[in-house]
Design a protein around this ligand. Structure first.
Ligand code: ZN
Length: 167
């Protein structure tokens, strides 16, 4: 496994890559998928992230990893077991919204209060190409919405106007 560089705003090339729309994973059998996921997990843990999307490491594909394990950047967040979401799709957003603090490994030294739907129902595939459908709420729902935004080239700071526009 190897620690990867996280693309950060401030660098024009990185900003261009972060703004790109990623593509779904079409081949689950290729070895590189497992390597990318393993490297993403290592990188997320190293930088104390609670989630990481493949475009943040320059891979323009629909891959997300997330985990909250006694996180020092979010000490108040409940733990969430490691999860790998391939080709995630948010099926439903709750009508209820909530605001909470958000940060991003691609936007260092910044936190903002972002209003988002408080729960979502999503589907995704795991590494074994099994489909999972889940409803999650609170910080868990927030992380997935934040990371799915990355797959669509959207940074959380674009939601700063207060109203979260559903796609
Ligand atoms: Zn982010």
């Amino acid at each position: 496994m190897s620690l990867l560089n996280v693309l950060k705003i401030g660098d024009p090339l990185a900003e261009k890559q972060l703004a790109m729309t990623a593509k779904p994973v079409t081949d689950f059998k290729i070895n590189t998928l497992k390597i990318i996921v393993a490297d993403m997990i290592e990188t997320m843990r190293h930088y104390q992230g609670v989630g990481l999307a493949a475009p943040q490491i320059g891979v323009s594909q629909h891959i997300i990893v997330l985990e909250v394990a006694n996180n020092t950047r979010y000490p108040e967040a409940d733990n969430i077991p490691l999860d790998i979401l391939i080709n995630p799709e948010i099926l439903e957003f709750s009508e209820q919204y909530e605001a909470d603090w958000e940060g991003c490994l691609s936007i260092p030294e910044r936190r903002e209060q972002i209003t988002r739907p408080s729960s979502i129902c999503y589907k995704a595939f795991n590494l074994a190409q099994e489909q999972v459908i889940k409803t999650v709420s609170g910080f868990h729902a927030r992380i997935i919405q934040h990371e799915v935004d990355h797959l669509n080239g959207i940074l959380y700071t674009q939601h700063l106007d207060g109203i979260y526009l559903q796609q």
